[in-house]
Ligand binder design. Structure first.
Ligand code: NAD
Length: 386
């Protein structure tokens, strides 16, 4: 079978998740080509060699531009901190590669626009890693919306909470905590966590037209992990915003890294005329659904037996699940990335993905909403998203 040679940029959390996905995808999906872990890039040779051994890369590289430009590479996967995404994606586009890029797409919308221009000029297939869409329960949520089982939507509600930066002893910068450094991350929870929530919200409920936000920095100075010096913190530790959708429904979004007890509490809920749906990433194999009216007739079906259904999303009728195990056996976090790579390769090769993957242009749109949220918080006012 034809090889699809992958060049991986970044050997951290996402470098691992994506490498695993490329290794596994051909075992669960019928694809027109076989992804091959050709070369991985990193700065530290020892770390790189260990990464190569663990995941089975054929080669290593300490010069990412040379890797991106190599004739032997078909697909570049950008799994580095946010400030590197723009240059890496543009170089990959100019070299004519297929591109996967982690979220948030860029440091800001201006950068994102440059990335859209470069990838559209090159005409290369792209995918931004909004991986939660590829959770079977979230994909079932989308199906339920499309089947009109929510009906006219009134409310959209999303949270994305974690608790790992509460201690003032947590440093800023360096390998582990670059997310707290505005020069590397761009923004705090807005780009890191709410970008996912906004992506799912617009995918499920259509575009957001206006936002009104407040952000908070709870610990305003931290020790820099590299220099040892006290460093001011300028990223948002918490962000909450109200949103008005183009379809007239209203939304509330909330995210924090100070939500004690919450590890990856990514939830989304929609309430409409016909029904409601709720997903919580801390119980990822379940989708909750409330049925009020028949989606075809609009007639009420709620009775004394109606209540929230907690659906175990493991049947072969459920999205992606016919690729994996028998009903009742759950899949995990790593499978969202496997599903994402499968859908990207199928989409790029004219096959049939379960659902289209978000492109660089889609990622830029989410960046625009994130920028509007930050702007709204800075200026304490509603901001229109054109
Ligand atoms: N889709 C998701 O759910 C998800 C989850 C986590 C992270 N992410 C995104 O993935 C990207 C990477 O995050 P991560 O959690 O893997 O980070 P990480 O810190 O675990 O890994 C980052 C990698 O980039 C390398 N790197 C760091 N600074 C560099 C520099 N100056 N030059 C070259 N390489 C450098 C590191 O050595 C490491 O290999 C980020 O954009 C992040 O927002 C997405």
């Amino acid at each position: 079978m034809k090889r699809l040679n992958v060049g991986m940029l970044g050997t951290g959390f996402m470098g691992r998740a994506h490498s695993n996905a490329f290794n596994q995808v051909g075992r669960f999906f019928e694809l027109p080509c076989q992804p091959v872990l050709k070369c991985c890039y990193g700065r530290n040779v020892e770390t790189l060699k260990a990464f190569q051994k663990t995941w089975g890369y054929e080669e290593i590289a300490t010069d990412w531009r040379a890797l991106v430009e190599s004739d032997e590479i078909d697909l570049i996967d950008v799994c580095t901190p946010n400030f590197l995404h723009k240059d890496m994606v543009i170089a990959a586009a100019e070299a004519g590669k297929m591109i996967v890029c982690e979220k948030p797409l860029a440091m800001n919308y201006a950068e994102a626009q440059e990335m859209v221009a470069a990838t559209e000029k090159a005409g290369v297939p792209t995918c931004v890693s909004f991986c939660y869409r590829r959770n079977p329960s979230v994909m079932l949520f989308k199906q339920i919306v499309e089947e009109n089982r929510i009906g006219r939507p009134f409310h959209y509600r999303a949270t994305y909470d974690q608790d790992y930066t509460i201690s003032s002893k947590v440093p800023v910068g360096g390998a582990a905590l670059w997310r707290l450094d505005a020069n590397v991350a761009g923004s705090g929870v807005t780009g890191d966590l709410l970008a996912h929530s906004i992506d799912c919200a617009e995918w499920l409920n259509g575009r957001i037209s206006r936002v009104c936000a407040h952000t908070e920095i709870f610990i305003k100075e931290r020790t820099n992990a590299v220099t040892g010096e006290k460093t001011p913190i300028t990223i948002d530790d918490a962000c909450m915003f109200m949103a008005i959708f183009e379809n007239g429904s209203v939304g509330v979004f909330e995210s924090s890294r100070y939500a004690r007890g919450r590890k990856n509490f990514n939830t989304m809920e929609m309430n409409g005329e016909n029904g409601a749906c709720y997903f919580n990433l801390e119980e990822p194999e379940y989708l909750q659904f409330f049925r009020y009216a028949d989606p075809k007739t609009g007639l009420k079906v709620e009775d004394h037996l109606t209540g929230w259904q907690k659906i175990l999303v493991t049947n072969s009728e459920h999205p992606y699940m016919n690729r994996y195990w028998v009903p009742g056996t759950v899949i995990g976090y790593e499978h969202y990335f496997i599903n994402q790579i499968a859908d990207f390769i199928l989409q790029a090769s004219g096959g049939t993905p379960v659902a289209p993957v978000p492109t660089i242009a889609d990622g830029a749109r989410i960046q625009k909403v994130c920028d509007s949220v930050i702007k709204s918080a800075q200026e304490s006012r509603w901001v229109e998203i054109e």
